[in-house]
Write a protein of this length. Structure first.
Length: 96
């Protein structure tokens, strides 16, 4: 059984440096569940990053699983992008 490629995916990653060796999957979903994950992220001001190929690859991981080494560079680039956006937003709002 193959999964349709046009179905939207969402993967939520989290990272706590004091206890995690690498970011881990906090939530994942397809279709309506993906839309709900995205809506929750937006509601809480969490920056989003879209990369279809990366989301397809990360979707194979289990919730709670740390990302494997082969994804470190790609996820580091995503995190750097998100941190830059967050810093810009904070600067515009005058927040440290």
């Amino acid at each position: 059984m193959s999964m349709r490629e046009d179905i939207r995916r969402a993967i939520a990653l989290g990272y706590e440096p004091e206890k995690d060796r690498a970011p881990r999957v906090l939530a994942k979903g397809l279709g309506e569940i993906a839309e709900a994950i995205i809506a929750i992220a937006r509601k809480h001001g969490i920056q989003l990053y879209e990369d279809e190929a990366l989301s397809r690859s990360l979707y194979a991981l289990q919730i709670g699983q740390e990302i494997p080494e082969q994804f470190y560079v790609a996820v580091a680039e995503v995190l750097a992008y998100v941190y830059r956006l967050d810093a810009e937003l904070r600067k515009r709002k005058g927040i440290r």
